[in-house]
Design a protein around this ligand. Sequence first.
Ligand SMILES: [Mn+2]
Length: 308
Amino acid sequence: MKFAARINSFKSKGKTTLDIIREISKIEKVTHVDLNYPEHFENTDFEELKNLLEEKKIKVNGLALRFRDEYKNGELGNTDKKIAEQAKQLCLEAIDTAEKLGADLVTIWLGYDGFDYSFQIPYEKTWSQLVKAFKEIASYNKKIKISIEYKPFQPRAFSMISSIGTTLLMVSETEEENIGVTLDYCHMLMKGENPAYGLSLAAERKKLYGVHMNDGHGLNDDGLITGSVTFIKTLEFIYYLKKYSYDGVIYFDTFPIRENGIDEVRKNIEIYEKLESLVEKIGIEKIGNIVSGNDAVKAQNILLECLG
Ligand SMILES: [Mn+2]
């Protein structure tokens, strides 16, 4: 298995990206990190970073764009063409940097491309602008996969790319081979989606590029430990990951604000592996047979088997 920990879970005053990578490398079973661009590269010597990653045998899964306050009225879809162009350039820089680090994935979450009021933005115009921007970003370097991470709201009241449906529509309209989807489990709950269904839609189309595991109560991006709230939905999600032979990295996008970061990552891995072993124990084929039967009552046998 390939597991990645979240750098910002270990952030505290005075700690550098390099300090955090050193800390994360001590956690057994963590094989990868995801780095935010440009955030985690600021005040960081690039060669030193590269050498440290090699020394600690930690791979970079990918880079994730982080847009600052200057983009608060929109990133790639900003009506101010200058800001939109700047946002695009930042994505291209991230692609170059990912390649230099041997990563093949750049994740783009457009937190600010959205709206808060009725009549605030011209939907079709903004949408077309996003299609054009993603097309340019994806065709810039075909070796790098561009993955759209959607979130229904926060910080905006409505995001432009807010669901598995709008994300796959965007992916489809860009008509580029190397563009796909990153599923953040908690974001899916916020949207009221059943995560496993969204996974199946993306994986069937060979567009599942990234998975962020976590959990939440649905109304907020809680970033809780995987499986801690929605056990059976998480089990179903992992069943589909196995069914589709997902071999990418499992990134724990969780927020241990009051918890010890290292213990929290370990617990995420422990639970993930336990859930995976439950799926294996019950059996992919047996679960598949139950699913194809469309029998709600019989489906509960999966839960009962887990309970022992
Ligand atoms: Mn995420």
